[in-house]
Write a protein that binds this ligand. Sequence first.
Ligand SMILES: *[C@@H]1O[C@H](CO)[C@@H](O)[C@H](O)[C@H]1NC(C)=O
Ligand SMILES: *[C@@H]1O[C@H](CO)[C@@H](O)[C@H](O)[C@H]1NC(C)=O
Length: 434
Amino acid sequence: MGSQLPLILRILYSSVPFLILVFIWCNEIYEVFRVAVFVLPFYQDSYDFIVVGGGSAGAAVASRLSENKLFSVLLIEAGPKAPYISDVPLIVATLTDTPLDWSYRTEPQKECCNGLENNVSHWTSGRVLGGGSVLNYMLYVRGNKLDYDNWEKLGNKGWSYDNILAFFKKAENQRGRYMSDDAFHGTDGPLSVEDRRHSSSLAKAFIEAGKELGYEEVDVNGGNQTGFTTPQVTMKDGQRFSSARAYLYDGKTRSNLFVLPKAFATKIITVKSNGKIKATGVEFNVFGMTRHIQARKEVIVSCGTVGSAKLLMLSGIGPKKHLQDLKIDIVKDLQVGHNLQDHIGNGITLLHKDNAVAPPHPLNFMAHLDFLFNGKGPYTSNNVEGMSFTASKYSENPNWPDIQIHFFGLSLTADYGIVIKPSIGISDEVSCLL
Ligand SMILES: *[C@@H]1O[C@H](CO)[C@@H](O)[C@H](O)[C@H]1NC(C)=O
Ligand SMILES: *[C@@H]1O[C@H](CO)[C@@H](O)[C@H](O)[C@H]1NC(C)=O
């Protein structure tokens, strides 16, 4: 597709991800300076709680623990504080494979990912305060009621949906169309949730298409998830609202919560007494130096799906055979990292010439100003204009959907293959067909 675009426009479009990368690198350098001078000299030798990983979960846990003034809490994060540029929703795909991303790659797959370069799937994962909520597409989706109920049934006490719902509401600051639905939504929480601010006419058509098939327009976080919707997003005034913004910044700094970015945890320190294993501290690396901090009460591991399992294994908690192969002293033989599951994402592109949506031209200054001053316009868009949950014939229950559709108002190559293609890792061969 690139060849159809005049060279000058191609250079202009290509320079956008490059400029964003420059911003991100400047932020990394600034953060090194800030942490070295203003943060690192002031941490203590021990805290009541150490939270390892300041992502979507870790930021919330650390903040909630520090609500009790009697506790001192340390939050360790390998990445920096997010740069402002990452709060512009439209640029979401350019954030992958930057220093804000761990850029995990799967092994080449045989049964799937055949449209991706070398059959390898990109697993984007946040390496930044706010974690995945800085890199994701900001869709506010809590998950299905029956999944929570099932987890409780499997022995996880307290995880039933009726129990969890109170915490969703406590977390939420609903500012969109469900503001008065207090059965399912909260308005006093720290996490801002809004309606999307920029849609094409295709969003409406998507809902209509659902109705033609017999599905209703639903609140996917309400009573019944099955149906069609125009998604809600974790944004505030049209800007990305990460869990770091919700729980760590914006006036939520507390003297008993110490946030240490650019510090990479390498081990949980444990002691054995009376046959019980107790976590007593964390070893981490900061600017090439190894440091130790003691935890008087607990260590909380919230380093994401891959990171948490890896840290536990580095600490000797994991499958015996694997740890022996790597010559790691075994603290506890546990099936850490097992039962890993991922969902398949399948892209279908349809062209509709009257309603074609393209990203705004980089020199469209009205769009820039509309974003900066009004929190509106194409830059507020995460491009996911519609979403649906439906139950296929393989699902046990019509209210327990097994298919989720993300309806994008532009094709995977609408940006001339400059950003989305490498971000997902789509192969040249498949990209030509889109
Ligand atoms: C990807 O997988 C397909 C199907 O298994 C195989 O034919 C192809 O050679 C693989 N390509 C690479 C680059 O591994
Ligand atoms: C939820 O929606 C599905 C599909 O539209 C329907 O079959 C089901 O009866 C609905 N459940 C409730 C509780 O409304």
